[in-house]
Design a protein around this ligand. Structure first.
Ligand SMILES: [Zn+2]
Length: 96
């Protein structure tokens, strides 16, 4: 991975919470299969990494989480057990 450029990506947060109460944050340049309808989302602006997007999303909703597909580094499981979650995500993606 020699891709060092910090490109800014538009991030959005779902207005509709999950059963857990979390509002999921997505990046729009990933082609994420879990992306909700754009009209049910709020823009959280351009960010080069998910942590700042999550912070911004917290201005809109008190409970947020990163999408496990396009923002696995900011997904709940990843923050509680980053190594295992990263491995799980890699396995999940390679099995798709
Ligand atoms: Zn996603």
């Amino acid at each position: 991975m020699s891709h060092e450029t910090k490109e800014l990506t538009m991030h959005i947060v779902d207005r509709n919470p999950q059963v857990s109460g979390d509002h999921i944050v997505y990046r729009t340049d990933f082609g994420c299969s879990l992306l909700p309808a754009i009209e049910s989302c709020v823009e959280v602006g351009l960010h080069s990494e998910c942590r700042s997007a999550m912070k911004e999303a917290l201005h809109h909703f008190s409970q947020v989480d990163g999408c496990p597909e396009c923002l696995p580094q900011c997904n709940d499981q990843a923050t509680t057990d980053s190594v295992n979650a990263a491995v799980l995500a890699a396995v999940t993606i390679s099995n798709l």
